[in-house]
Design a binder for this molecule. Structure first.
Ligand SMILES: NC(=O)c1ccc[n+]([C@@H]2O[C@H](COP(=O)([O-])OP(=O)(O)OC[C@H]3O[C@@H](n4cnc5c(N)ncnc54)[C@H](O)[C@@H]3O)[C@@H](O)[C@H]2O)c1
Length: 318
């Protein structure tokens, strides 16, 4: 009898630090039944596949395949793009735009030719510019092409806030919105610890969180990647886990609120740019961005962030 069951399939494009770590985290958490790794460097892709396969005994059953033939990507449910140039010490994410936009415009149509029903998650930098480029190159509706955006940055923010406040990270609710990059914004006006606004935290007996502390936490969040790149050349563990969380939200149809990067249209006056704001993520991809409370300064900063990201895209003909 013909087997009519379909296996869930995740393709990861790029077998570098981010791609391999994302594959590893997804394997451990059993995100998809098949994980394919595609890279121009076939030896690298096949080596990562071998190494991951040798751990299958210890993880949920996963078929792991890969190479430099685009056919390995065929019939994927979700494609994660982690390929391309990465920051050298001192470079900003926006410095990567030229080369990685060109790669995206070439790559995305070829990926969708073999997986026409896939959802595309952009991770390579500059994440927001590349998400916009991928959306344009794909011709798909906005929900099907989105970026990992500030999911990682928000995790960094929460980690630092939890440390300053002396409270478990799971009790901290705070978002970074805007660009995944230097113009990103901490939405302090709605950040809270167990419903207590962060600015009132010390009045309830917690460690004080002064304006200087909040500025420091924001500064460290924005500059975290630079520090890691200076020390070990690239960042990979936390982005691998961030991607895994996003992918679980898609594969498990979770309706999870995550600050992913998607096309905004008249969002607090911001249009025609991909940026991160809290958004419901499920099997259909990125839903409508949530109109979360922000004060006037935060909205102003979001608009400035939009101008910066849109400007880079325009300068490259997007
Ligand atoms: N969004 C985020 O939060 C976040 C976090 C960390 C890194 N990144 C970005 O992820 C990207 C990858 O970083 P990395 O450290 O893994 O880099 P890396 O150099 O380790 O790996 C990149 C891989 O991409 C492959 N590649 C290049 N062009 C390709 C193409 N056209 N098709 C298929 N494969 C191709 C290369 O062969 C290489 O193996 C960078 O742009 C980096 O800035 C994003």
């Amino acid at each position: 009898m013909e087997n009519v069951r379909r296996r869930s399939k995740l393709t990861i494009v790029g077998a570098g630090s981010v791609g391999a770590t994302t594959a590893y985290a997804c394997q451990i958490r059993g995100v998809a039944q098949t994980i394919a790794i595609y890279d121009l460097d076939g030896d690298k892709a096949r080596a990562e596949v071998l190494d991951l396969n040798h751990g299958v005994q210890f993880t949920p059953m996963t078929e792991i395949i890969g190479g430099n033939d685009i056919e390995v990507c065929r019939d994927s449910d979700v494609i994660v793009v982690t390929a391309g140039a990465k920051q050298k010490p001192g470079q900003t994410r926006l410095d990567l735009a030229g080369v990685n936009v060109a790669m995206t415009l070439d790559l995305v149509p070829r990926l969708l030719a073999v997986s026409p029903d896939a959802i595309v998650l952009m991770v390579s930098n500059p994440c927001d510019v590349l998400t916009y480029a991928a959306l344009k190159a794909s011709g798909l509706p906005r929900n099907r092409v989105f970026g990992s955006g500030t999911v990682l940055d928000s995790a960094r923010l929460r980690f630092l806030l939890a440390q300053h406040a002396g409270v478990a990270l799971g009790n901290v609710h705070a978002y970074i919105v805007g660009e995944h990059g230097d113009s990103e914004i901490a939405v302090w006006s709605s950040a809270n610890i167990s419903t207590i606004p962060v600015r009132e935290w010390s009045r309830h007996g917690g460690n004080p969180l002064t304006e200087e502390d909040l500025d420091q936490v924001h500064h460290e969040t924005v500059h975290a990647a630079y520090e890691i790149i200076q020390g070990k050349g690239a960042t990979w563990y936390a982005i691998g886990l961030s991607c895994t969380r996003i992918l679980e939200a898609v594969f498990n149809d979770e309706d999870r609120v995550l600050p992913v990067s998607s096309l905004l249209t008249d969002y607090k006056g911001v249009s025609d740019v991909c940026l991160s704001v809290p958004t419901i993520v499920n099997r259909a991809g990125a839903g409508t961005p949530l109109d979360i409370p922000m004060n006037d300064d935060e909205v102003g900063d979001l608009r400035s962030s939009a101008d910066a990201v849109r400007g880079v895209g325009r300068s490259l003909g997007l």
